[in-house]
Structures are given as C-alpha cells and as structure tokens.
Write a protein of this length. Structure first.
Length: 279
C-alpha cells in the first residue's frame, strides 16, 4: 500500500472506534522499526518529523525516507510534519512529499491561531493532503505549563480552521517519562459534544496504556503521538549495543542492534489502539 494522508487513516478510525499511532521519528533506524511494527500488527502508522528530527535531517531528505518506507509497506503509512511553526515549514514539507501538515499555533491568540491554521489547511487541501491543528497548549515535562483546551474555543477552532484533526490539551504533557497520570475525561467529553472531527493527544507517552485503549475505542480521540516512550527504548538498546562490545566502532553495526528492540516497543504501542486488520 502506498503513502496516504492523515484524513484517510483518521476518518475510518473515527467511524469504527480505534486510534492510530503518530510515532515520533529521529532517524532511519526508528522509522524503519516503526513501519516493521505496523506490518506485524497489521495496522496503519503515522511517521512524524518533529522539530528535533528536522534540526538533524532536512525536510526534503525526511520526505524521501518516509515515502520510500510507505511505498514499500503493505499497510497505510502517513508522512506527517509534526509541530510546524511557520507557513514556510509547512510549505517545505508539502513540497518534500509529506502527506500531512501539523501547524502549531497553540501559543498564539485564538483568532490568530485560527487564521494561520486555516491558511495551512487551505494549502494542504489544495494539494490533496491533510492538516492538523492545536487548540489549547500542551506543555512540557520540566518546562512550559499547559493551558487546557476550552471546549467552546475548540468548537470554534474546529469549525473555522478547516483542519482534518485537532490536538487538544486535557492533562497530557510532552516528554513525560512515566505513565502515572491520566487525562481529563470530563473535558474530553465536553469537547466531543461540541465537535465532530478526530481528536489528537500529543504527549501520549504519559498516558496509561489502559486509558489509551479506552479512549481509542470509546471516544473521538483517533491519534496518539508517542515519542518519549520509544526514545527510551532506543536509548536503552543503544547503550546495550555499545556495552556488549566496547571494541566495536562501526556505526552501522551498532545502530542495527537498536532496530529490533525499538520495533518490539512500537508493536506494544500500536497494539493498544484497537485497529482492525488492514490487509
């Protein structure tokens, strides 16, 4: 199956009651492992290039890597820009073959966020790809505090921005290393009651697995972004690979040893979302 856009995987998820993993990529080894995990689990997957990934590898290169993996896969694969902060970021991603653009205007006033997100959505839709926006602000563990999503503002944002999916702030936090928290179910219900588009949880690594499954199958949350959980798996595998043979110096030999552990971790993540077989 070839590359698909975000709406093509989230609309079936919304209709059938499951979610899709937006897995944060940092390099070839993890993106390769994520697609292999999706193949084993027989589910769709979203490959995401966030700011730290883009700081290391240019978007035109990432676009080719994502599309190569997608076009070789037997399950649906989305090439997604995560946290694009400018129109230019999003335009470069579009021109580089990405099939989904997440514009993050969440730090801006509501009307400005709507207007700027709407411009990205219009550009994306004209090219046949998708757009995700964010309303409310999802904070960072040890950093910026969150600003919870106001349901009425979410309704206005969903209606006026034209996005295909909407990220919300309901107790989720980026870069959280434990799963001791939980999301604000009452706020989620309020947002659901006032909107009809797929909802997205950033900072999904901090959400208990049982709650991920509950929300995936019983709410309009159709996409969970998972990064920290998988970075921890990569880091552990890399340290083990180096320690197992201190004299080994070949980069490829070392990094190859990270692929299977990251794939196993990604399979655990994807299996919790309840997606039906794709082939």
């Amino acid at each position: 199956m070839t590359v698909v856009n975000l709406a093509q995987v989230l609309q079936p998820a919304l209709a059938q009651g499951y979610a899709v993993g937006g897995l944060v990529c940092l390099g070839w080894e993890d993106m390769r492992a994520y697609v292999a995990a999706a193949e084993v689990e027989n589910c769709p997957v979203i490959l995401q290039a966030g700011p730290s990934c883009r700081a290391h590898t240019p978007l035109p290169v990432l676009g080719k890597m994502f599309r190569y993996l997608a076009e070789e896969a037997s399950v649906p694969v989305v090439a997604h820009l995560d946290h694009g902060y400018t129109f230019e970021d999003c335009k470069i991603a579009l021109d580089s073959g990405f099939t989904s653009l997440m514009f993050d205007g969440s730090r801006k006033p509501l009307e400005q966020n709507i207007d700027e997100t709407a411009a990205i959505a219009e550009m994306a839709h004209a090219a046949g790809i998708s757009c995700e926006g964010e309303i409310g602000f999802v904070g960072y563990s040890g950093g910026e505090d969150s600003n919870g999503t106001d349901p009425a503002e979410a309704a206005k944002f969903a209606r006026d921005s034209g996005v295909d999916a909407m990220a919300i702030s309901v107790g989720n936090v980026h870069l959280q290393q434990d799963k001791e928290g939980g999301l604000d179910l009452a706020r989620i219900s309020e947002i659901e009651a006032m909107t009809s588009i797929p909802l997205v949880i950033h900072g999904g690594s901090g959400v208990p697995v049982a709650q991920r499954t509950l929300l995936a199958t019983q709410t309009s949350i159709c996409k969970f972004n998972i990064g920290t959980e998988l970075r921890l798996a990569f880091g552990a595998a890399l340290r083990l690979a180096v320690a197992s043979d201190p004299d080994r110096f070949d980069r490829v030999q070392i990094l190859v040893d990270t692929i299977n552990p990251v794939q196993v971790a990604a399979q655990r993540v994807l299996s919790a979302f309840g997606a039906p077989a794709q082939r």
